[in-house]
Design a protein around this ligand. Structure first.
Ligand code: FES
Ligand code: FES
Length: 191
């Protein structure tokens, strides 16, 4: 177990007293208590069972631990739980189905075969959701750039881009055919 993991949700008697916070998590009020240096990733996984948040790299490189905090994408592995204010609004992949856009994204990922091992998928869905909230009709290049921080070892990214285009609307979905040579390229990689 890494040093940072040991600073998660359990406490030794001689440690600093835990911090208690109440957040709105996927639309529900939740209370958590954690050690002062606990990572948000550990608190959410261990106390709230939000296991869609994955630890890929633990260093901010892979995007597998992505969630929205007050509408902004955040990496739970690099975020101290104590950084989040009382009343913060958190959205993880578990909560995406609460909205039509989240359901549309899930359906498009399934339809396009954009999920293989699935390890990256919750983080990619959260990133895609944030993108479509901000830019409802992105083009393929915008999607690649916005998802560049999400590493996927399985899909070659093309299916992910197509799925986001599909979720954005049929007029955009047809644009995926105009991505010459896109197969195997990372989102955001130069052509
Ligand atoms: S686990 Fe957080 S970015 Fe990789
Ligand atoms: S589907 Fe396996 S890492 Fe992306």
């Amino acid at each position: 177990m890494s040093e940072s993991r040991s600073l998660g949700a359990s406490f030794a008697p001689d440690e600093e007293p835990p911090i208690t916070r109440r957040w709105i998590v996927n639309g529900e009020p939740r209370e958590v208590s954690f050690a002062p240096l606990a990572r948000l990733l550990d608190v959410l996984r261990e106390q709230l069972d939000l296991v869609s948040l994955k630890e890929g790299c633990g260093e901010g490189e892979c995007g597998a631990c992505s969630l929205l905090v007050d509408g902004r994408v955040q990496l739970a592995c690099l975020t101290a739980a104590a950084q989040l204010e009382e009343g913060a609004q958190l959205l993880t992949a578990e909560g995406l189905g609460r909205e039509e856009l989240g359901r549309r994204l899930g359906a498009a990922f399934a339809e396009e075969g954009a999920v293989q091992c699935g390890y990256c998928t919750p983080g990619v869905l959260v990133g895609s959701y944030a993108l479509l909230r901000e830019t409802p009709r992105p083009d393929a290049e915008t999607i690649r750039q916005r998802l560049a921080g999400h590493l996927c070892r399985c899909t070659g990214y093309t299916k992910i881009v197509d799925a986001v285009l599909g979720a954005a609307g049929p007029e955009r979905a047809s644009a995926s055919g105009s991505m010459p040579g896109a197969a195997g390229r990372s989102p955001g990689e130069p052509r």
